[in-house]
Design a binder for this molecule. Sequence first.
Ligand SMILES: *Cc1c(COP(=O)(O)O)cnc(C)c1O
Length: 390
Amino acid sequence: MNTKEIADVFDKNVMPTYAPGMALVKGQGTKVWDAEGVEYLDFLAGISVLNVGHSHPKIVKAICDQAAQLMHVSNLYYTEPQARLAAKLNSVALDGKCFFGNSGAEANEGLIKLARLWGHDEGRYEIICMKNSFHGRTLATAAATGQSKIQKGFEPMPEGFVHAEYNNLDSVKALVGDKTVAILLEAVQGEGGIISADQEFMTGVRALCDEKNLLMLCDEIQCGLGRTGKWFGFQHYGVEPDAFSLAKALGSGYPIGAVVSGDKLKNVFQPGKHASTFGGTPLACAAALSTLEVIDDEGLVENSASMGKKFKAGLQALADKYDQVEGVRGVGLMLGLEMKGPAGDTAKKIIESGLLCLATAETIVRFLPPLNITDDDVEKALTIIESCLK
Ligand SMILES: *Cc1c(COP(=O)(O)O)cnc(C)c1O
């Protein structure tokens, strides 16, 4: 089918929640091809899902081997891939225990339920979230999200979420009350426009949580798994949350989400308290385990840091040279070009010139390339971006 044929059938049959423009039919490494065979350099990577690139041979093999061996059995049984994946995640951070679901929203729902259960006997359930954050599209995670456009039309929202100013510790302190149980935040706000937490803010939130006996919860769904040049975003600040959520890049495109907890929360969910039919199936866990192995074996956290520096310096040079660019934001390979006006037209031009990216938060052109990009990919991307700014 060509793009028009695909779009005709799609638009007639799929609810119009998205407004896709192009039809992609194949991906390999850092490249994708559309239905007409046009090649693109993919600097969006499924919005930070394809951290190891498209169809990495080791992940394809792990999925195929596991699919032939055992895809699903239900969580009534022990399975080796889930055991090994949890052990690997716990060895990378917090040294506690994991719960597996299927998406980012489900992982954040898990965090929310975990926090509520932990605070339940004291009647504490309220979670302080940040303005401009994004945590998902289920009712509870939309309520946690600090953007009214995500909530509009779905009111009344579930209660128990209040919103402080990001990077403003006083505004967080002002919201702490008898019912507060946790503080939830992203180390780098993704959908909010690639905004990093300040060092004092992260340190201050951790100290506040310790002082008031609150849980510090991090949403690492977009900024985790090497994206920012460290395994997890919070690791830039020398603080550890009590638990954090993962999804997006965890399965390299196979759906899987996780709640990763430290000591304080690791045994709060007891049998019957939380569950998910597909959570942590052998197939999903095999995909995730091989993803973590590839990130390790190929040094992708380090590559994200070094390529990120190079790409950011190149973007900064463009910002200095071209009047319509305000500046550059982000860390590692989670970068945004801040335009002086709306970013939509610039992003469209860049995509039409062969580089996939995404306009976000009105004025930001967002880049989230695979973490295994090379010098050559960075050069190519910068050339395309510059040709569109000229
Ligand atoms: C994408 C995202 C989510 C939601 O994940 P889904 O898999 O779409 O439910 C939550 N939080 C952050 C920070 C995200 O980037």
